[in-house]
Every structure is written in C-alpha cells, then in structure tokens.
Design a protein around this ligand. Structure first.
Ligand code: 5HU
Ligand code: ZN
Length: 152
C-alpha cells in the first residue's frame, strides 16, 4: 500500500490522487503500477477542475483512473489471480476492468465515496464476481523515505 501511496503522489489531480499497485499471486511481486492522470500526451491541455456546469471543462470526462493505468502498465503476460492495492475504492468502470482482467482481490485504503452509485455498483459487481475486497489496516501510520540514507 505504501507503493500505491507513492505512485499516487505522481498524480497531478489537485483534489484526489489515486495510486494502484498490482502484485502477483505466487510471491507478491509487483507486476503493475499506475495513478490517475490525463491520457499520455494530453497532460497540459486538459482541465483538472471538478466543479462547474460544463462536462467538457471538467476533469471527469478525460482522466484515466489509477486502476486502469496499473492494468495497462502490467509487466507480466496477464494479471490473473493477482491482488490490487489501491488508495481509493474503485469505481464501477474500474471494477469491470478489474473483474475482466482476472484480478481476484482488491485491498483499498480510503472509501470516501462509499455512498455513491459508482461505488455501490462496484461493490455489487465485486461481490457477485467473487472478487474479494478488504480495507487496508496497519498499525504503521507513516513511512519516511530518506534519500540521504538511501545514498549511503
Ligand atoms: O476508481 C477511481 N479511480 C481513480 O483514479 N479516480 C480518480 C479520478 C479523479 O482524478 C479523482 C477523483 O476526483 P474527485 O475526488 O475530485 O472527484 O480520482 C477515481 C475513482 C473513483 O472513485
Ligand atoms: Zn475508476
């Protein structure tokens, strides 16, 4: 989950940064990472606005979700049987991708949109498809990365 949080920090979304890391079934090796961002090459021309009347002037219609990027970036042949660590409970569209890609477990950090239709639909699809969902629990509140120590 720390790796997912680190990936999230690369997102340019000023409001919600979502990171996702996929690990394989056999030895928990990372086989894909991603974060929410505009499709490749479009970064500077598209809005990060979340509010307003016009959908074309808001981020939602354009942004690629962290989960999709993690699956697209996979380094293995496929992600069947894998687990995804993701900093936010996936939406319905990501749930479809996760299910269809063969990922069997989703460990999430935040569920701040729990009451939304998208989250409820996602949960329903995961349950029906028997993809396990579990909130990440830890007693560790932070991981400090010290570049100077890493240099030694
Ligand atoms: O499954 C998801 N994955 C994901 O990457 N996101 C991204 C899309 C947006 O850039 C951001 C949500 O923005 P906001 O919290 O401002 O509505 O999170 C959002 C969801 C849905 O919760
Ligand atoms: Zn999504």
């Amino acid at each position: 989950m720390a790796a997912a949080c680190l990936a999230a920090q690369r997102s340019k979304d000023p409001s919600t940064q979502v990171g996702a890391v996929i690990v394989n079934e056999t030895d928990n090796k990372i086989v894909g990472t991603g974060y929410n961002g505009m499709p490749a090459g479009l970064d500077d021309q598209f809005p990060w606005k979340r509010d307003g009347e016009e959908p074309l002037k808001k981020k939602y219609i354009y942004v690629t979700h962290g989960e999709l990027n993690a699956i697209m970036n996979k380094s293995s042949a496929d992600v069947k049987g894998c687990t995804m660590y993701v900093t936010l409970f996936p939406c319905n569209e990501c749930a479809k991708l996760i299910i269809q890609s063969g990922i069997r477990k989703v460990i999430y950090l935040s569920n701040k949109y729990e009451k939304s239709n998208e989250t409820q639909a996602a949960k329903r699809m995961f349950d029906e498809a028997e993809v396990k969902t579990e909130q990440f629990k830890t007693t560790c509140s932070e991981i400090l990365i010290n570049f100077h120590e890493c240099l030694q």
